[in-house]
Design a protein around this ligand. Structure first.
Ligand code: MOS
Length: 745
C-alpha cells in the first residue's frame, strides 16, 4: 500500500493541487450551521453568573429576585445544580480536560469570572438580566494575579523536565562567549471570532450536544463522565468552527452548565459565552518567564544551552506550557538542560494555544540566539547554519525530513538579506524611515493520531465520506474530498464529506497540526476499499458487460469502471450500483497513530521567518512592513489552503509580537482588557506584506502522502524575528512582549 500510494499521490491530478475549500460557499452564503445557529422548539437560554472576586468563598447567594424576573425558568447555584462529576484521569487522547473541577461544585472561588451560578430564561436578554440580578456575598481573600513569576519561589508542583545532556552549568561557566537573559510573555487569549457556545438537547436520558469543539470524541467522553451517563447516551456535533486556536480543544464549564440545565428543566438550552467571559473561563496561553543561557566558542559553535521557564497556572490545574518543545533538537549543543516550574495564580485555567510551548519557547531561544550573534559579531543566519545538528540530539533519533538550513538560505535569498548592514539603525527606506531586519528559525512537531474513515459510493453518483474529526477552518473537509476524488476519479464536487459528529467513525482532534497527516491516509484507504468492493460488484452483477472478468482485471478511472487497458466498455459508478441493485457500497479505512508507538524518527516541521520593521522615531510609529517565511512542512496537499494557514499565522505572530496581552486589574483580579476593543489583535491595517514559500519535501516516514501539517508552524518564530528586527532598527532589546512604543522611547 505504501509504495503504491506514494506513486499514486505524486502523479495525482488533485492531490498537491490548489483546491478551493468545498465548504467555502456554505460559509460565504451564511448556510453553514455554526453551533449557536442551532435552534429547536422550546429552546431556552442560559446565562452564567460570574464571580466578581478572584479568591474567596461564597457565603450566600440570593436568587429570589432573579427567579421572579420575567421569563425566568430557573436559577441554579452550587446548591441545586444537581450531579456533575469529575472526569477520571486522562489517558492518551481520552478524557482530556484542563478545568477538571465541574462548575458549581462547591462555594470556592479561585478566579475572577468563575461560574458561580446560571440563569435560564425564555430569551437571552431575560437570562442575562436574571444572572446579573443574582446577589452573591463572598468571604473575600487576597489574590495573587499580579505577582512576578521568576523571582518568586517556584512553588508547587515544581516540575523539572528532561532533555538534559552533558553538563550545562560548567559548560556555561567556562564558555568563551555567553548570553544570559530572561524573556517574558504575557497571558494571551485565543479570541477566535466564533464565540464558544453549547446548545444542549436532553431527551429520554440522552444528550445531543451542539458544541464548539476541536475534538468531538473526547468532548463526548468527558461530558458523559461529568453527567454520569454512558458515552452512548451522548452525541456531540460540531459541523463548522469559526476557528479555535486550541481554545476549543477540550471542554469548558459552560458546556456542563448547558447540559445540566437542559437536563434539569427538560428543555433545549442554548448558552453562548460572551466575549468578555472568553477572557476568563475558556483558557488562555499563560504568562511565562524564560531564562535562556547560551554559551559559545568564539567561532559561534554552541557549547551550552540552558532553558529555564516558569508559567502561571490556575489554583486547580497544573497546565505546563512546555516551552522546551523545540529546545532539545533545534541546534547542535553538547550541554543542554530544560527545566520548568509552575506557579499558581488566581486566574482561569490556561490551555494550549496555537503552537503551545514551541511558540513562546522559540521567542526566548531565538531572541537569545540573536543576542549571541551580536556578541559574536556574527551574522544571525550564519550562527544558525553553523549549529545545524545531524540528528535529534535530545533522543539520538534521525530526523524524518529536516531542511532548516534550506529554509534559512532560501529565505535569506528571497528577503535580500545579503544587503543587510549589521550596525543598529544603519538602514533606511526611500522615505528616510529606519529599517530593522530580523530573522528567527522555527520548528513544530509532527504526528499522526488514530483515525477511522468510511467512504460510501452511492447510486446517485456521489461519494459520502464520514469521520468524527472536525474542520477548524483550515481545510479538512477539502483535504478529505481530494483523497476520495483522487481514488475514485469523481470530481471533488461529487464528494460529500460529513464531519463533526461523535457518532461517526472516530477521528482525530483538530489540533497539534496533526489532522491532515492523520485523516488523509485513512481517507485514501477507505476510498480504496470502497472501489475494490465496487469492482467485485461490477464483475459479478447480472448482465454486467464485465461478466467473466476477475475484479482484479478491472479498474476505476475517472469515475468509471473498465477493464484494465481497455477504454470500452465502461460503466459509471452509478451504472454499476444500479445494475447490481445496491444503493451504496461502503469501504472503511484506518490510519494508525504515532502516539505511544516506538519512536524511530524525530518528526518535525521547520521554517525560517525574516521580518522587516519600519521605525519612525519622530512620530513613534513602528510597523512590521515585510515578512518572508519559508516552511519545510512536508508535502503540501492543498497549497492554497496551506498558504492561507501560514499567512494567518504570520498575522497572529504580528499580534503576539506587537499587540496582544491580557492585563489584570489589581483590585479585583479581573482580566481587564476583556474585549476586542481593548485586547488588540492584528487587523488588516497591521498586516505586513507576507511572502510564503513551501519547500515541499515529502516526509514519507510520517505517511504515504508525505504530508505533515501547517496549522501552527507559521506562528512560531514570528515574534522573535520582530524583536530582533526592532533591535536592529533601534538598538533596544525588548525582552517582554508585546513590544510597546514606550519601550522604544
Ligand atoms: Mo492547537 S493549540 O493544538 O489547536
Amino acid at each position: 500500500m505504501q509504495d503504491q500510494a506514494q506513486k499514486a499521490v505524486t502523479e495525482s491530478r488533485i492531490i498537491g493541487v490548489s483546491t478551493p475549500r468545498i465548504d467555502g460557499p456554505l460559509k460565504t452564503t451564511g448556510t453553514a450551521m455554526y453551533t449557536s445557529d442551532h435552534n429547536f422548539p422550546g429552546l431556552v437560554y442560559a446565562w452564567p453568573v460570574i464571580a466578581t472576586i478572584a479568591s474567596g468563598t461564597i457565603t450566600s447567594m440570593d436568587t429570589a429576585r432573579a427567579a421572579a424576573m420575567p421569563g425566568v425558568l430557573a436559577v441554579y447555584t452550587h446548591e441545586n445544580i444537581g450531579p456533575l462529576y469529575r472526569t477520571p484521569p486522562t489517558q492518551g487522547f481520552s478524557m482530556i480536560i484542563d478545568e477538571r473541577r465541574p462548575p458549581l461544585e462547591d462555594n470556592v472561588v479561585s478566579y475572577y469570572g468563575q461560574y458561580v451560578g446560571v440563569a435560564v430564561a425564555s430569551s437571552v436578554e431575560q437570562a442575562r438580566a436574571a444572572a446579573e440580578a443574582v446577589k452573591v456575598t463572598y468571604d473575600k481573600r487576597s489574590h495573587n494575579v499580579e505577582e512576578k513569576l521568576i523571582g518568586t519561589p517556584i512553588a508547587e508542583p515544581g516540575i523539572k523536565k528532561g532533555t538534559a545532556r552533558g553538563d550545562v552549568t560548567s559548560a556555561f561557566k567556562n564558555a568563551a562567549v555567553k548570553h544570559d537573559a530572561v524573556y517574558s510573555t504575557p497571558n494571551e487569549t485565543h479570541n477566535p471570532i466564533e464565540l464558544h457556545a453549547s446548545v444542549a438537547v436532553f431527551k429520554d436520558g440522552r444528550y445531543t450536544l451542539y458544541e464548539t469543539s476541536q475534538a468531538v470524541v473526547n468532548h463526548r467522553d468527558v461530558m458523559a463522565a461529568m453527567l454520569g451517563v454512558p458515552p452512548e447516551n451522548v452525541q456531540v456535533i460540531t459541523r463548522f468552527l469559526g476557528s479555535g486556536f486550541g481554545g476549543k480543544l477540550w471542554p469548558w464549564p459552560h458546556a456542563m452548565l448547558a447540559a445540566a440545565t437542559a437536563r434539569n428543566i427538560n428543555r433545549p438550552v442554548k448558552l453562548v459565552v460572551s466575549r468578555s467571559m472568553m477572557f476568563q473561563s475558556v483558557g488562555h496561553r499563560p504568562a511565562i518567564d524564560q531564562q535562556i543561557q547560551l554559551g559559545a566558542e568564539p567561532s559561534g559553535k554552541l557549547v551550552a544551552l540552558g532553558h529555564h521557564y516558569v508559567n502561571h497556572t490556575a489554583m486547580e490545574a497544573e497546565y505546563d506550557e512546555g516551552c522546551g518543545e523545540a529546545t532539545g533538537f533545534l541546534y547542535s549543543c553538547p550541554n543542554l538542560a530544560v527545566t520548568s516550574g509552575l506557579v499558581r495564580r488566581n486566574v482561569g485555567v490556561p490551555t494550549a494555544m496555537r503552537g503551545p510551548g514551541a511558540v513562546p519557547g522559540l521567542y526566548a531561544l531565538e531572541s537569545a540566539m540573536d543576542e549571541l550573534a551580536v556578541k559574536l559579531k556574527m551574522d544571525p543566519v550564519q550562527l544558525r547554519l553553523l549549529n545545524e545538528p545531524d540528528k535529534d540530539e535530545s533522543n539520538g533519533l534521525p530526523f524524518s525530513s529536516r531542511h532548516l538550513k534550506e529554509c534559512l538560505t532560501v529565505g535569506a535569498e528571497k528577503f535580500g538579506w545579503a544587503k543587510r548592514t549589521p550596525a543598529v539603525g544603519s538602514m533606511k527606506n526611500e522615505d528616510g524611515a529606519t529599517l530593522g531586519w530580523g530573522v528567527a528559525s522555527c520548528a513544530w512537531g509532527a504526528m499522526r493520531i488514530d483515525t477511522e474513515m468510511s467512504v460510501e459510493l452511492l447510486q446517485d453518483g456521489t461519494a459520502r465520506v464520514t469521520c468524527a474529526t472536525q474542520d477548524i477552518g483550515g481545510g479538512t473537509y477539502t483535504a478529505i474530498a481530494q483523497m476520495v476524488a483522487h481514488e475514485t476519479g469523481l470530481p471533488v464536487a461529487k464528494v460529500n464529506v460529513i464531519l463533526g459528529d461523535s457518532a461517526l467513525p472516530p477521528g482525530p482532534i483538530s489540533g497539534g497540526s496533526w489532522t491532515t497527516a492523520s485523516v488523509t491516509p485513512a481517507a485514501l484507504d477507505a476510498a480504496h476499499h470502497a472501489v475494490q468492493t465496487l469492482l467485485v460488484s461490477a464483475a459479478t452483477f447480472p448482465n454486467s458487460p464485465f461478466k467473466g472478468k476477475k475484479p482484479a482485471e478491472l479498474e476505476m478511472v475517472d469515475g468509471t469502471v473498465r477493464a484494465k487497458g481497455s477504454a470500452t466498455p465502461q460503466l459509471t459508478m452509478a451504472e454499476v450500483l444500479k445494475g447490481a441493485n445496491v444503493k451504496g457500497i461502503t469501504g472503511t479505512g484506518k490510519s494508525q497513530g504515532t502516539f505511544g508507538a516506538k519512536e524511530e524518527y524525530s518528526f518535525h516541521s521547520y521554517g525560517a521567518q525574516f521580518v522587516e520593521v519600519t521605525w519612525q522615531p519622530e512620530i513613534a510609529r513602528l510597523r512590521v512592513s515585510r515578512v518572508v517565511t519559508v516552511i519545510d512542512g512536508g508535502r503540501m496537499l492543498n497549497p492554497r489552503a496551506a498558504r492561507n494557514q501560514i499567512e494567518g499565522a504570520v498575522v497572529m505572530g504580528v499580534g503576539m509580537g506587537m499587540l496582544e496581552g491580557v492585563e489584570y486589574d489589581r483590585a479585583s483580579g479581573a482580566p481587564i482588557n476583556a474585549s476586542l476593543a481593548d485586547y488588540i489583535v492584528a487587523v488588516n491595517a497591521d498586516c505586513p506584506h507576507i511572502d510564503v514559500t513551501f519547500l515541499d519535501y515529502p516526509d514519507y516516514k510520517l505517511n504515504a502522502l508525505g504530508a505533515r501539517g501547517v496549522g501552527e508552524i507559521g506562528l512560531a518564530g514570528v515574534a522573535p524575528a520582530i524583536t530582533n528586527a526592532v533591535y536592529h532598527a533601534t538598538g533596544i532589546r525588548v525582552r517582554r512582549l508585546p513590544v510597546r512604543i514606550e519601550d522604544l522611547m
